[in-house]
Design a protein around this ligand. Structure first.
Ligand SMILES: [Zn+2]
Length: 251
């Protein structure tokens, strides 16, 4: 199992990070990707990845505070992208629900980061909220990059739009265990482009709802997905593991 998206850089893991990571390894999680959302959390993601085997990082500026960022922040993200254990840019994208009302500022920040990551040929982890169509049209301009639609929460209609693009990957979080619509979308998610994640400490899956989520719980996502696809757990684990290694170049 691979957790392609977790926030072990979140203050909620400050006091027991060693235990959380050993629990994940004991549960059979082979790799975890710690995802940044601003400069500070990106630096922290890199630090954690340097400290543990099997732990990788991505770095990037989330649209939530798009108005705040300056060129210096972009330069900082670019420096961090150069680390070997940094496997991608993210999470980046557009958020019309929580993000600043100025959509153009969000788009600008998003596109300038895509232009930077292009030079390093690393994968992009997308955060999208109420902005599917705008993100979809921007990413088509970057056909040379691989994109992960993180914590996929859209309907079958949006999933169908992604199907023709070999460079688009779909990652399911705990939502697959408690949102009917997401389950429906998973039915038609391409097997060779589907990934699993926790988005911990958020979105704990059933049967852990209400608890702090952690990478070990990615098991429940793989389990749910295997049932939806009608596969044995082991088969589903292998498929999603192989996809994650391929898209992010994990060792
Ligand atoms: Zn996240």
């Amino acid at each position: 199992m691979i957790d392609t998206h977790c926030h072990l850089n979140d203050p909620k893991f400050e006091n027991d990070l060693d235990e959380v990571i050993s629990r994940a390894l004991d549960a059979g999680v082979r790799a975890m990707v710690v995802v940044g959302y601003d400069v500070r959390s990106s630096i922290r993601a890199v630090e954690i990845s340097q400290r543990y085997d099997g732990v990788y990082a991505t770095v990037g500026l989330h649209p939530y505070e798009a108005e705040r960022y300056k060129d210096d922040d972009l330069r900082e993200i670019e420096e961090l992208l150069k680390y070997e254990k940094v496997k991608g840019l993210g999470e980046v994208g557009l958020d019309y629900y929580r993000g600043p009302s100025d959509k153009n500022r969000q788009k600008e920040l998003f596109v300038s980061q895509l232009e930077i990551v292009r030079r390093y040929k690393k994968t992009v982890v997308l955060h999208i909220r109420e902005a599917f169509d705008d993100v979809f049209s921007i990413v088509q301009e970057f056909g040379d990059l691989k994109f992960i639609f993180h914590s996929f929460s859209f309907t079958k209609r949006e999933m169908e739009k992604l199907l023709p693009f070999e460079n688009f990957f779909i990652s399911f979080s705990g939502m697959i265990t408690f949102v009917k619509e997401v389950e429906e979308s998973a039915k038609i998610s391409p097997r060779d482009r589907t990934l699993t994640e926790t988005d911990s400490p958020y979105l704990a899956p059933i049967p852990m709802r209400g608890k702090r989520n952690e990478p070990a719980f990615v098991r429940f996502v793989v389990e749910r997905l295997s049932k939806i696809w009608g596969l044995e757990f082991e088969e589903c684990r292998e498929i999603t593991e192989e996809n994650a290694r391929r898209v992010m170049g994990l060792g």
